[in-house]
Design a protein around this ligand. Sequence first.
Ligand code: CTP
Ligand SMILES: C[C@](O)(CO)[C@H](O)COP(=O)(O)O
Length: 236
Amino acid sequence: MSVVALVPAAGRGERLGYGMPKALVPVDGVPLLVRAVRGLLDSGCVQHVVIAAPPSDVDVVRDIVKTVTAPSAPAGGAVHVVAGGAERSDSVRLALTHALREMPDATIVLVHDAARAFTPPAVVKAVVDAVAAGHPAVIPVLPLADTVKQVDDGGVVVATPDRASLRIVQTPQGFDAAVLLRAHRSGLHATDDAGLVERLGVPVVTVPGHQDAMKITTKFDLAVAEAILTGTGGAP
Ligand SMILES: Nc1ccn([C@@H]2O[C@H](COP(=O)(O)OP(=O)(O)OP(=O)(O)O)[C@@H](O)[C@H]2O)c(=O)n1
Ligand SMILES: C[C@](O)(CO)[C@H](O)COP(=O)(O)O
């Protein structure tokens, strides 16, 4: 069994407004992308990583990932960098194509946002273990802390869904390699990879996520990440 992690990192980070692609933004001197890749490798169950980089920064990213050194560096594996695409799903597809061409032995594929740079390695391992146990699609999730409303175009509430059955979805999302390939070849659209797989009728199971696996989207999120890092925030 070989596990490859695809890391979509080609976003511009417009909402963060840092003036550079979000994956390259440093937290305590270490770019988010490097932290995300280290987290994957530190799980001890990822052999290969394929990063989808901003097309204008492929060489920059190649240089940066050289700083991912032991004990994180995979034994016998490698960190690959390809140019990403216009949308997240394009970046995933490009990385997946590269992975299945260069690592045909990969049976499990993870898709993990560079923007979820503080995901604990234990979450990565839980996802891989669940796929290895025979589930074709596995996602880490958290319960909702707030009441959720459905509104119409005018902002008027039309429903209050029962939040007991709702979950916030994180990454890494883990898949049987053949299932993920089929999903990405289907021509369907979804905001996450599990959404594509779901539409194929394949069951998607959940494992517990973690607050630290939050997606860093805004300056507020970055401040929270810094607090996690310095030990002044984050969940136990
Ligand atoms: N064309 C894209 C767009 C996004 N991503 C990646 O997908 C993940 C989730 O995207 P998001 O957090 O929305 O990042 P951005 O697209 O950079 O954010 P923004 O919309 O603020 O520009 C990130 O790791 C991002 O780098 C990607 O690989 N390729
Ligand atoms: C994959 C994801 O992070 C799961 O929560 C999310 O769907 C990414 O969405 P975005 O629109 O690319 O931020």
